[in-house]
Design a protein around this ligand. Structure first.
Ligand code: URA
Length: 233
């Protein structure tokens, strides 16, 4: 966050006193609303700052990470359920953000959003799919045969074939699962196919990205380096 007057000066369009006059004249808007107070704290990465209706923000896309709590569906709209969009702070409302892939209503953890359609498609393309790491609590305990079955590529109850995946038993009723694809309810269905009903599921990592200290329900912007790492650059 930085002061609006400082941001305007930093663009080199006007001197400090000219900036004062520009603000006074109501020529600057923040997310479409005229703003005359230069001391107002703004975030040029997530907010749209415009002069005479012309956007001054160089950021052409936004990529956000949410630590999703359970109880929200991954959808942009839903008539009955709370959606993950309700967890996106208002300052991003002018961005046409969409979730990158999906987490079930009951699943918690790492969920990305972007307003860059090309990036969205690259990230969810089966050819490019990055490793996604899940922590599961489940019935039963995973053993060597389950690990081997995951590694070989499971066939689900309805005949769906899964790519080879990693299952790492962490202890009784706890496992870490690494997938490189994202089929509907995939972890739950894979575990169920081995007789282990999942009671709790959290996505902890995508590629190199981890939740770090992002609290449940909180959102943060990704850096360009983090986005490049997701794209394998
Ligand atoms: N697999 C699932 O079963 N659910 C999720 O939300 C993600 C992966």
């Amino acid at each position: 966050m930085e002061r609006l007057d400082k941001f305007l000066c930093s663009l080199g369009l006007a001197t400090r006193s000219q900036v004062k006059n520009i603000l006074k004249a109501g020529r600057v808007t923040v997310d479409g609303v005229p703003e005359g107070d230069g001391s107002r704290k703004i975030d040029p990465l997530s907010q749209d700052i415009a002069l005479d209706g012309e956007s001054l923000c160089k950021v052409d896309r936004v990529v956000l990470m949410l630590n999703k709590p359970e109880g929200y569906v991954t959808a942009t709209e839903d008539a009955r359920e709370r959606t993950v969009m309700e967890l996106i702070p208002k300052e991003y409302a002018h961005r046409k953000l969409r979730p990158v892939g999906r987490l079930d209503k009951a699943t918690e953890g790492l969920l990305l959003f972007t307003d860059d359609g090309d990036l969205l498609h690259r990230l969810i393309s089966p050819k490019k799919e990055v490793a996604k790491i899940y922590y599961a609590r489940h019935e039963g305990t995973a053993g060597a045969e389950d690990v081997a079955a995951f590694r070989a590529g499971l066939t689900l109850a309805d005949g769906t074939r899964c790519l080879p995946a990693e299952l790492e038993p962490l202890g009784p009723g706890e496992s870490r699962i690494t997938l490189r694809e994202g089929k509907y309810h995939q972890v739950r269905r894979m575990m169920a196919s081995r007789g282990m009903h999942v009671n709790y599921l959290e996505r902890q990592q995508e590629g190199e990205l981890t939740l770090g200290n992002l609290q449940r329900g909180q959102v943060r912007l990704l850096t360009e380096e983090e986005v490049a790492s997701l794209e394998g650059k």
